[in-house]
Design a protein around this ligand. Structure first.
Ligand code: ATP
Ligand code: MG
Ligand code: MG
Length: 382
């Protein structure tokens, strides 16, 4: 393919993106450290060594690329705005700027009539402001950092007034914060949405299970969820993504409340952990869908449908530096198990080092097959 894609960041999402790109002979240039996950599986002279926060390096990448996209939303959107004058940036810098501030993102969605968890911004990180926010959204609440949040770092559950001080201390006084109404969800759901130049498509609704605010398991399709909720969640996700400009895949995280109400938790303007299962379980993966969307290549809703039920389990770093290899050796013994290791070197506790996907003709079979591996992973819990 003639167009070259430039990516800010080269971690595991970039690695899986370029695995899809290689099959289509699409050149993907990564801006990241020399031996980052993505660069390890992509050998050409278009990569740029450096930080995706470095202006000069971004300009270098721009000069070698036709479309620039991101692997992470915590990027300098003023740089993206500048380079958008000379290169196609997808999704647009406006979208990334809006989404990277989780409070602004929610206000934007609300403006378009999309249901989100009720949120109040704190003018400053003070007890008084938190107290006043608590009066609006009630207690318990989730105190959140507006920016730079991932894997729950940036969240602090506030159960009673006694937690005010520790919450503010934990999140830091120099961060912009907001308080979110506690969602007593029965399930967490997620939908990967693909925005192309003409259409907004969606992958099926999946169930995500978080442990310590970090995604642990993904069930596709979501278990015990009616067809109607599955469809409603996809519709809500498509509606939410339609509120933003630009092309590409978006990960939409939702809460399903006990009365079957759906609320948006947050949106990621990029491939997402809850969409890894699509590599094995769908005709076109979230990574290939992203490439097709940003490059205006054809894509069909049918390509995003589930071929077989699937379960994804994240491999998190344990106590020893090669705990992920020990896990992979165990996983190799099991039927129908696809292992992805990310090439990050030595494991750090709790860090995402890889994942496995198990597909089977029925969800109960997939559950049975993966159960010993969940137990193995739990032995080495972070
Ligand atoms: P990510 O890695 O998905 O970007 P993040 O750091 O942006 O995570 P959130 O998605 O805001 O964090 O929250 C992480 C998890 O914390 C959620 O998936 C959910 O389990 C829990 N959580 C977040 N907000 C609330 C809420 N308002 N009420 C109850 N639980 C919540
Ligand atoms: Mg987030
Ligand atoms: Mg999240």
């Amino acid at each position: 393919m003639e167009k070259r894609v430039g990516v800010l960041g080269g971690g595991q999402l970039g690695r899986m993106l370029v695995e899809a790109a290689n099959l289509l002979e699409i050149q993907v240039n990564f801006l990241d450290a020399p031996k980052s996950s993505a660069k390890q599986v992509s050998n050409h002279d278009g990569h740029v060594d450096g930080s995706f926060k470095d202006a000069e390096a971004i300009k270098n990448l721009t000069a070698k690329s036709d479309v620039v996209t991101v692997e992470i939303e915590h990027v300098d959107t003023y740089m993206l705005e500048e380079i958008s004058k000379i290169v196609d940036v997808q999704p647009s810098w406006q979208t990334i700027r809006m989404i990277q501030d989780k409070f602004a993102q929610k206000e934007h969605l609300q403006k378009y009539g999309v249901a989100v968890a009720q949120s109040v911004a704190l003018k400053e990180a003070s007890i008084e402001e938190l107290e006043s926010a608590g009066k609006t959204v009630g207690l318990p609440l989730m105190l959140k950092s507006r920016k730079e949040a991932y894997d729950g770092r940036g969240n602090f559950p506030v159960k009673t007034k006694d937690d005010f001080k520790s919450a503010l201390e934990a999140l830091g006084s120099n961060r912009d914060l907001y308080a979110e109404k506690w969602a007593n969800f029965s399930l967490e759901l997620a939908v990967m949405v693909v925005k192309t130049k003409d259409d907004v498509f969606s992958f099926p609704t999946v169930e995500t299970i978080h442990e310590n605010s970090i995604c642990k398991l993904v069930y596709a399709p979501a278990r015990g969820v009616s067809d109607s909720i599955n469809k409603q969640a996809q519709e809500l996700a498509r509606k939410a993504v339609s509120c933003f400009q630009g092309k590409g895949v978006f990960g939409v995280e939702m809460f399903l409340l006990p009365d079957d109400t759906l609320l948006i938790n947050e949106i990621a303007p990029r491939p997402h952990n809850s969409g890894h299962y699509t590599i094995e379980a769908c005709p076109v993966s979230q990574y290939e869908a992203h490439l097709r969307a940003i490059l205006d290549l054809p894509l069909h809703q049918e390509d995003l449908e589930l071929r077989e039920p699937a379960i994804m389990l994240n491999i998190l770093g344990g106590d020893s530096p090669n705990s992920h290899h020990a896990f992979a050796r165990e996983a190799l013994k099991h039927r129908r198990t696809k292992i992805h290791l990310y090439g990050k070197g030595q494991a750090k506790k709790g860090r995402k080092m890889g994942h496995i996907t198990v597909c089977a003709p029925t969800m109960p079979e997939a559950e049975q097959l993966i159960q010993p591996m969940i137990e193995f992973a739990d032995k080495d819990k972070p």
